[in-house]
Ligand binder design. Structure first.
Ligand SMILES: [Zn+2]
Length: 494
């Protein structure tokens, strides 16, 4: 293949079909659960959602090349994707690619933990088919959420893989830029990426905001800057996806030197493995978390209800934390967001100031706890609540649907009609709730809340209460994943 192509401009194709599948959630992810953006809509609206994809588009246009938008389909994390949904969207993306041939490079910003009926690793299946369409010479770059299932098979299919480094994921655009730089150099023959993967034999939840994770991520970035490797990615893995590829893995990309890639992946992987006890997040039980929060002298203390994080596939309508707050007679507290479209509609119909009896939450399964029958005052309604998820590259606005703020006892509760996790205090301030006046704020999120709440929180407490996402790894009823890893095995390399 000649570079640059003769007689035409460079054509850069990008598209995605992605979600994060929690195989323990009984609700299937159907076609109607995907937000699908097709080319006509993308071009008409300048649609912006996935900052990595947007960065690739920006850099393509900056070079004077042609950006070819394929398809963007994304579903909020939930249960296994139906075969019809996955195959339909996959085939639509492949058809778009065929229509647009010839292309000179392909970018696929995937999540990396999608499981469909009959397919344990959708990304491998998708990239296999993309490779068949474009042939061996066109570089394919794939970016992943760090909560992904990296596999050796993927290394054979793509030219460069890059995973987010930050948790909360604030570096979507930066990783898109890394991928663009490496793939465009590969297309021009300036580098020959060689990749190796090392299984760290561990799994856990590893926020990068505290030590020693922070230092580890900074060390990876410094090694890239020194030119020791082209790229390093630590895939934390997604423990609620019960598939054989599940696990924490280290990927190294070097320039035409497989031995160096293998060495770097192993060295960095073992270096991370050595930190396995220190980096493991150990959340408090529901009661211990609330005791600690309510003992604080200064607010607002932010408590993360990790077990009901819709961002990890949980229903988002669990009532355990709210019931505990009401039972304790807690005042000056706020909690969000409980997913309950019926209650949002009921509050909207009753209007601000009305007192209503609601049957709130606990409707989506046994892990959501009991439905609460409580009297509430409608404090506010908002037909279109949005929140800003802070990114290094700027704000990313996330729609939350229609919402109602209900006061129950001393607790202000934000209820929404769209399942989603809490990324920012906007969820409360957008409903007229003064977060700084609260002693306690409970958010349904595992870690993505951290960036926007840390500046206002007097303290942050990770809570592993009851719910769909058991936050302690050994409580997850894994059967198909290889459990020869920490924390099941104290020293898996012994
Ligand atoms: Zn993630």
């Amino acid at each position: 293949m000649s570079w640059p192509p003769r007689g035409r401009n460079v054509r850069v194709f990008a598209g995605t079909v992605s979600t994060e599948t929690n195989t323990f959630v009984p609700l299937p992810t159907r076609l109607e659960d995907f937000t699908v953006v097709r080319r006509a809509e993308y071009e008409a609206t300048g649609f912006q959602e996935e900052p990595g994809l947007e960065e690739i588009r920006r850099l393509t246009l900056e070079r004077g090349w042609e950006f070819v938008f394929g398809l963007q389909a994304f579903a909020q994390p939930s249960g296994v994707v139906t075969r019809a949904a996955y195959e339909g969207l996959r085939d639509e993306l492949l058809e778009r690619l065929r229509e647009e041939l010839p292309v000179d490079m392909v970018f696929l910003p995937l999540h990396g933990a999608m499981v469909a009926e009959g397919c344990d690793n959708c990304e491998v299946d998708l990239v296999t088919r993309v490779r068949e369409v474009v042939g061996p010479a066109v570089p394919i770059g794939v970016s992943f959420d760090l909560h992904c299932h990296f596999s050796d098979a993927m290394l054979e299919l793509a030219d460069v893989l890059v995973a987010y480094k930050e948790y909360p994921h604030t570096d979507l655009a930066e990783r898109g830029a890394d991928l663009f730089r490496l793939i465009s150099k590969a297309a021009a023959g300036e580098v020959t990426p060689t990749m190796a993967l090392f299984d760290c034999r561990m799994i856990g939840i590893y926020p990068t905001t505290t030590q020693p994770m922070r230092a580890f991520v900074d060390a990876m970035t410094a090694a890239e800057a020194r030119g020791e490797v082209l790229s390093l990615s630590l895939a934390h893995g997604f423990p609620w996806g019960d598939v054989p590829d599940m696990g924490c893995k280290m990927l190294a990309v070097t320039d035409g030197d497989m031995a160096a890639a293998e060495r770097a992946a192993r060295e960095w992987g073992l270096r991370f493995h050595a930190l396995r006890r220190e980096v493991t997040l150990d959340p408090l039980t529901l009661d211990a978390a609330l005791d600690k929060a309510l003992a604080a002298h200064q607010g607002p203390v932010v408590v993360a209800d990790q077990a009901d994080n819709p961002g990890g596939g949980a229903p988002g309508d669990s009532t355990y934390a709210l019931a505990a707050l009401l039972e304790r007679g807690t005042t000056d507290a706020a909690l969000g967001m409980i997913y309950d479209p019926e209650v949002v509609a009921q509050a909207g119909a009753a209007g601000v100031g009305a007192r209503i009896r609601v049957r709130l939450g606990g409707k989506l399964g046994a892990t959501s706890g009991p439905t609460l029958e409580v009297e509430a005052e409608v404090r506010n309604v908002n037909p279109d609540l949005v929140q800003n998820w802070p990114q290094e590259a700027g704000p990313l606005w996330v729609p939350c649907g229609a919402a109602a703020a209900l006061r129950m006892g001393g607790v202000d509760v934000v209820v929404s009609d769209r399942r989603g996790q809490v990324f920012s205090p906007d969820v409360f301030t957008g409903m007229g709730i003064d977060v700084l006046a609260k002693r306690l704020i409970v958010v349904k999120s595992t870690q993505h809340f951290y960036g926007a709440f840390a500046p206002i929180a007097s303290e942050i407490i990770y809570m592993g209460g009851p719910g769909a996402i058991a936050p302690r790894m050994t409580d997850i009823p894994l059967e198909r994943a290889d459990l020869h890893k920490y924390p099941w095995v104290e020293d898996p390399f012994a």
